[in-house]
Design a protein. Sequence first.
Length: 136
Amino acid sequence: MATQTLTGEQLAAITREMVRIKSKHFGRGATEGKSYQCDDFLFCVLKGGMTVAERDLLEHGDAGLVRQVRLRFQENNQSNFEGAVERISGRRVLAYQSQVLFDPDYTIEIFVPSGVARPPGNSATRLVANDSSRIR
């Protein structure tokens, strides 16, 4: 499936929207973020954002519990995350998955948007990323 390349503005908007959704529900969002498009995949990588309670649980060996709660939140709010990508990209999301890393503190949102044929001359393997920026 060939995928139309998203613009840097669209990738940055997706990053901001992922941070906004998480901030709204966790009371805290990522401190840095960046979205990448690679072939038929869209990755949104968010740095930071663990709450004080989550950090405390991690310090006491409860990584499994923090992971379970984070991933359940993602499952329960899947339509919000997919809807944001669909609205910004103009394409339906075929699949969505989330992963949380603790050391270092990263969350990775993975989307497979529906594809649109690329213009001739575009490489089949191309990585596109928005400018790295601090999120305030």
